[in-house]
Ligand binder design. Structure first.
Ligand code: C5P
Length: 251
């Protein structure tokens, strides 16, 4: 199957109300710019990422609501537990009909295999299967913490590569990583292995708390498959312009 690039908006909001208000505003403007042929359910609806804060606040109803509006959903819950627990939890998430979901690669190959099995069981009734992605190392973990807290004595780049290979071995679809790592991950895991890259900022913008950022255009050149963009869109004066700009630069 051909790979598809897309822009995923990180909906880091506290409540369903805030999220829907933001997406309504975005869609209202967007429906004025998208082609008249694109009038089906989901046309012009952005791919969105729902993280722990929003999911724990609103629960599965949030997923149902966004799905019924036609959004594709990346449910970013980063599961990490014993294989049996992860398998059963993933089965539940698969039943929601999400499009992308993730685990921590640090849980190991058996845990990732179990996650995949559970997810596929849960998603059995859906023709399009959800993608399962691994987090290699959190971007908040630096070399110092890796060596002195986690007692992993290999360099970060090697750890990231090995975790990506483990994810591939377990049958996962890709990893969340920095756009700076995308090319190397494609080199070792293959072009079909997906790289989902946060840390995106427009060339002229501040980087906030993100340490290593790339613009959507640079991320495209670096080989990212999906960019995850939060504040550059959600905190923009005109979010729909910012979203369109991401699409223009990246797609
Ligand atoms: O607002 P900003 O564009 O920085 O948001 C990036 C999103 O990607 C946030 O939801 C953040 O939690 C997520 N993320 C990240 N770095 C990772 C994994 C996820 O920034 N390594």
């Amino acid at each position: 199957m051909a790979k598809q690039r897309d822009v995923i908006i990180a909906c880091d909001f506290k409540s369903a109300d805030e999220t829907i208000k933001f997406l309504d505003r975005l869609s209202r403007v967007r429906s004025e710019v998208i082609s008249c042929d694109d009038v089906g359910i989901g046309a012009g609806r952005p791919f969105v990422k729902i993280g722990m804060e929003l999911f724990y606040a609103e629960g599965p109803a949030m997923i149902k609501q966004l799905k019924s509006r036609g959004h594709k959903i990346f449910l970013d819950l980063k599961l990490h537990d014993i294989p049996n627990t992860v398998k059963k939890s993933m089965q539940v998430l698969g039943e929601y009909g999400v499009d992308m979901v993730n685990v921590h690669a640090a849980g190991g190959i058996d845990m990732m295999r179990a996650a995949k099995e559970g997810l596929m069981l849960g998603a059995a009734r859906f023709a399009e299967k959800p993608k399962l992605i691994a987090v290699t190392q959190l971007t908040s973990t630096d070399e110092n913490a890796l060596h002195n807290e986690l007692l992993i004595d290999k360099p970060m780049s090697e750890v990231v590569k090995q975790y990506a290979l483990n994810a591939k071995e377990a049958g996962l679809d890709g990893v969340v990583c920095s756009a700076y790592e995308a090319a190397e991950i494609h080199k070792v895991c293959g072009e079909d292995f997906l790289t989902i890259t946060p840390g995106i900022r427009f060339a002229e913008s501040a980087s906030d708390d993100q340490k290593r950022v790339m613009s959507p255009a640079q991320a495209k050149d670096a080989g990212s498959d999906y960019i995850v963009v939060g504040r550059p869109i959600t905190a923009a004066d005109r979010p729909s312009d910012a979203y369109e700009r991401c699409r223009e630069e990246f797609l």
